[in-house]
Ligand binder design. Structure first.
Ligand SMILES: CC(C)(COP(=O)(O)OP(=O)(O)OC[C@H]1O[C@@H](n2cnc3c(N)ncnc32)[C@H](O)[C@@H]1OP(=O)(O)O)[C@@H](O)C(=O)NCCC(=O)NCCS
Length: 200
């Protein structure tokens, strides 16, 4: 894309965002799921060691993203939104996305829930919050990549309304596994909701 046009689109997106500081804001909140209260807050750099602990817990001791990767994302408050979920002061989940204003989409770069807290609805809750934030910025879709073999995550995304979009061959550096790009269309889901619920 022409650099001038790209810059114009980015500035226009910032104006639509209505935030003259140029930063994405997020209001901390308590969310009740199945009778338990979880605190959802924006991630800060001192959260990173606990985020890495969750990565180790879900990726067999590995940390696909390191401290510096998370730090870069969390500090980039104009373009990214990273959230952490706490239950009784313990971090139990995190998720983050990149608002790609010029592409009119939000890209979820990370999401993980501690094994003991999986299948309780936390993943759906985080996806819903990120979709709503993307919608608030006027973005049209939310995308993510997932390992082809990661059926648990693919089912969770499908349940949230994401559809398989394209296969990215040999996507992962470590073992060359293919990734499936999944996409949630904000506009199509809104249209569907309006047809189902009426246009109130
Ligand atoms: C992917 C992940 C984030 C999902 O989080 P989660 O909190 O376990 O997900 P949820 O509980 O919100 O929803 C997922 C499950 O509930 C189902 N579900 C959620 N709400 C439901 C409802 N109301 N009715 C029926 N099913 C429901 C989903 O289909 C899925 O079911 P199943 O796996 O039991 O068949 C989590 O599994 C995880 O951290 N995995 C390891 C890290 C990882 O792979 N991250 C993704 C990298 S791309």
């Amino acid at each position: 894309m022409n650099p001038m046009l790209k810059k114009f689109k980015q500035e226009l997106a910032k104006l639509i965002k209505g935030d003259n500081q140029g930063q994405i804001t997020f209001k901390s909140r308590t969310v009740r799921l199945k009778g338990y209260d979880y605190l959802v807050v924006r991630a800060v750099v001192p959260d990173i060691p606990e985020i890495l602990d969750i990565e180790r817990a879900v990726y067999q001791g590995k940390t696909p993203w390191n401290f510096a990767n998370f730090e870069e994302q969390i500090r980039d408050k104009e373009k990214t939104l990273y959230l952490v979920v706490r239950y009784n002061d313990e971090m139990v989940a995190f998720a983050g996305c990149d608002m790609k204003y010029a592409k009119n989409e939000a890209h979820i770069t990370n999401i993980a829930v501690l094994p003991a807290y999986q299948k309780l609805g936390l993943g759906q809750m985080l996806l819903r919050i990120l979709i709503n934030e993307a919608d608030n910025f006027g973005l049209r879709k939310v995308s993510l990549e997932v390992r082809e073999s990661n059926m648990q995550a693919r089912e969770a995304y499908a349940f949230a309304g994401f559809i398989d979009w394209i296969i990215k061959k040999d996507y992962y550096f470590d073992d060359g596994e293919d990734a499936i790009e999944m996409v949630y269309s904000i506009s199509a889901n809104k249209r569907r909701d309006m047809m189902v619920n009426g246009s109130k």
